[in-house]
Design a protein around this ligand. Structure first.
Ligand code: ATP
Ligand code: MG
Length: 425
């Protein structure tokens, strides 16, 4: 019997979850400044939504999909990434209609599933924050979207992330390059990894993406895709570069970066950082001008990225970045004696409904232990409720830092605790 979590998954417990919430909230605030709205799509999709759009020969589709047949014999897969589902939804909900303001900008935050070999920053259920912008061919959209991720890293205080930039051009320049790459790689086919020998047949650009040592060596002097861009693709790429420079966003050109998904064209990018001397991509994306049409919508350009939350948090930890997460509580009620239970319940509930954060003792512990809890929770005020207070109908409220005290009637606590707190500060 297996009563542990499945391999490659994680339980995110409250202290850790507070960090997740901080990062997610910051992302939401940042994206809002760029006029993005949230989209939530299903956690699973028809297999076909992912397979051909991401690419039948990609690692994601051939090796990493969590797919199955449901009880209605439908071929289903847990989503391995966010872009294909969002494009599917964009088309299905006719967001291409003229009355919908363009560009349509949407972000998502959620779980993705890939059957991978788990290791640091690589899980089977992981979380992505992703964004997609539909309807703008303008290279300013490429740059703005990259700048948005960059702003997020800066606001988090992350250092040493390098922006890697490349262009895949349009389908024609990509086809020309594909042939050049086949010509280059074929004579050294025997020295490639088994996977890459297959890739060379099916999808030669994938060889550039391989993480195997022998493949990395083989592609070191491969022809550059940038030499195969046609004029329009070149112009687009030049503008992206100029605009990045205008915004003072540093980047390096990496012509061997092709991304692990087939739907990209023109600009592609990754934000890469070093963790324990190995390189880790935190955020990756690019332009996908053909994807909306593929899903049956009208020709609509698209640009987006996906950012791995686990990797982002790993980097925050490795770089020793403390997130400003406050633990705070307004009131702790220490409870003494059996006859006080109901009053404690009434008080703590009244405080919460007035909007205060409040906790009490439930376990009849010794008073010392209860005060210790108040300290641990960083409670601003402490109330000690005993049977004599219940009889008297009033109680002392103490500032847990200054030790200053106020005596108040239960009724005041239950209706206007704010005035009491003001007296204490
Ligand atoms: P890699 O080359 O590291 O396998 P990828 O090209 O498969 O990455 P994308 O599909 O571009 O990754 O996903 C975007 C981001 O999502 C990655 O840059 C990474 O931060 C994160 N990511 C991808 N796969 C995983 C995973 N298995 N576990 C955790 N994070 C992941
Ligand atoms: Mg991968």
């Amino acid at each position: 019997m297996k009563l542990q979590k499945p391999k490659g998954t994680q339980d995110i417990l409250p202290i850790e979850a507070a960090k997740w919430q901080y990062v997610e909230n910051l992302a939401r605030e940042t994206f809002k400044k760029y006029n993005y709205g949230e989209i939530r799509t299903p956690m699973f999709e028809h297999y076909e939504v992912i397979s051909r759009s991401v690419g039948d020969t990609t690692d994601i589709v051939t090796k990493e999909m969590y797919d199955f047949y449901d009880k209605g014999e439908r071929h289903i897969t847990l989503r391995p990434e966010g872009t294909a589902p969002v494009v599917r939804s964009f088309v299905e909900n006719k967001l291409f209609a003229p009355e919908v303001q363009k560009p349509v900008k949407m972000y998502y935050i959620g779980s993705m599933f890939r059957y991978e070999r788990p290791q640091a920053g690589r899980l089977r259920e992981f979380h992505q924050i992703g964004v997609e912008a539909f309807g703008s061919k303008n290279p300013a959209t490429d740059v703005e979207t990259i700048a948005m991720a960059y702003q997020l890293f800066n606001e988090l205080g992350i250092k040493n992330v390098t922006l890697h930039l490349n262009s895949l051009g349009n389908p024609e320049s990509r086809a020309a390059y594909r042939q050049a790459l086949i010509d280059y790689l074929t004579p050294m086919k025997e020295s490639l990894s088994k996977d890459s020998q297959r890739r060379l047949e099916e999808n030669p650009l994938r060889v550039l993406d391989s993480k195997e040592k022998e493949d990395k060596l083989a592609v070191e002097n491969a022809p550059s895709i940038l030499d195969y861009l046609d004029e329009a693709s070149q112009a687009h790429f030049d503008q992206v570069r100029q605009m990045l420079e205008a915004l003072q966003i540093p980047y390096i050109i990496n012509t061997n970066m092709v991304r692990g998904l087939d739907y990209y064209n023109h600009t592609i990018f990754e934000f890469i950082t070093k963790v324990d001397r190995s390189e880790l991509t935190i955020c990756a994306g690019g332009r996908y001008d053909g994807l909306v049409e593929y899903f049956g919508g009208p020709e609509t350009p698209g640009f987006g990225f996906g950012l791995g939350l686990e990797r982002l948090l790993l980097i925050l930890e490795k770089q020793g970045i403390q997130l400003p997460i406050e633990i705070e509580m307004d009131v702790y009620i220490a409870v003494l004696g059996d006859a006080t239970n109901l009053k404690a319940l009434e008080l703590v509930q009244a405080l919460r409904s007035q909007g205060f954060t409040a906790e009490r003792d439930y376990l009849g512990r010794k008073i010392k232990a209860q005060f210790k809890s108040a300290d641990n929770f960083k409670a601003t005020a402490v109330i000690t409720l005993g049977e004599s207070e219940v009889e008297a109908g009033q109680i002392t409220i103490k500032n847990n830092t200054t030790r200053q005290e106020v005596v108040a009637k239960f009724e005041t606590i239950q209706t206007d605790f704010k005035s009491i707190l003001e007296q204490l500060n």
